[in-house]
Design a protein around this ligand. Structure first.
Ligand SMILES: [Cu+2]
Length: 203
């Protein structure tokens, strides 16, 4: 019983409906996140024209990282070894998790207590999907028929568009600031890229 700021990647949408019905076109507003209170409904509309697999999810991180328990903290970046040891003394078998995000949890697929939904599960093409709960994947493809909800499979990224680790031996030496510095001068060349320009929300 809480509100859910629902967010999609890759597209802007228009909020076109509330519980009172569809709003007049002039009153619809552009968004990428719409907060939905308890018991509320919102209609959103957008043109799905950015090809890819896009996250559609609640923007409260604990709603996508556990079974929506509001008193559970996230532990990203925290070294939990000593805590695991201490808690393990009174609760044998206790597992501290979550310090590296939730991929470990997604990969584990451990047995669950009765009447409990999995915190997260499922793999995508790059490994475990690190979100669960109020999270889905929006698959935008060319040529999908209207009303065709068959799974089109994972998006085939055009060659050269997927980030990957570069082997240090193959990589050219990264330029360092000192290489471009005149030792006699205190001037430094700075190259800044101003964000914006395009208003696309597709990262
Ligand atoms: Cu939520």
């Amino acid at each position: 019983m809480t509100n859910h700021p629902i967010h999609i990647h890759g597209h802007e949408f228009t909020v076109t409906g509330t519980d009172g019905g569809f709003v007049p076109p002039g009153a619809a507003w552009p968004e990428v996140t719409v907060d939905i209170a308890v018991g509320q409904m919102r209609a959103i509309e957008f043109v799905a024209d950015e090809l890819g697999d896009w996250a559609m999810h609640c923007h409260k991180s604990h709603h996508t990282m556990n079974a929506m328990g509001h008193s559970v903290k996230t532990y990203i970046g925290v070294d939990l070894k000593s805590m695991q040891k201490k808690v393990g003394k009174i609760a044998p078998g206790y597992m501290a998790m979550g310090e590296r995000g939730m991929a470990d949890m997604g990969a584990m697929e451990m047995p669950l207590p009765d009447n409990t939904l999995p915190m997260m599960t499922g793999y995508a093409q790059f490994g475990p999907v690190e979100m669960g709960g109020m999270f889905s994947v929006l698959k935008v493809r060319e040529g999908l028929a209207s009303g065709d909800y068959k799974d089109p499979g994972w998006y085939k990224h055009p060659q050269g568009t997927v980030a990957h680790l570069v082997d240090e031996r193959d990589a050219a030496a990264a330029p360092r600031a000192k290489d471009t510095l005149d030792p006699q001068s205190t001037k430094v060349d700075v190259h800044a890229v101003k964000p914006g320009g395009s208003h696309r929300h597709n990262n």
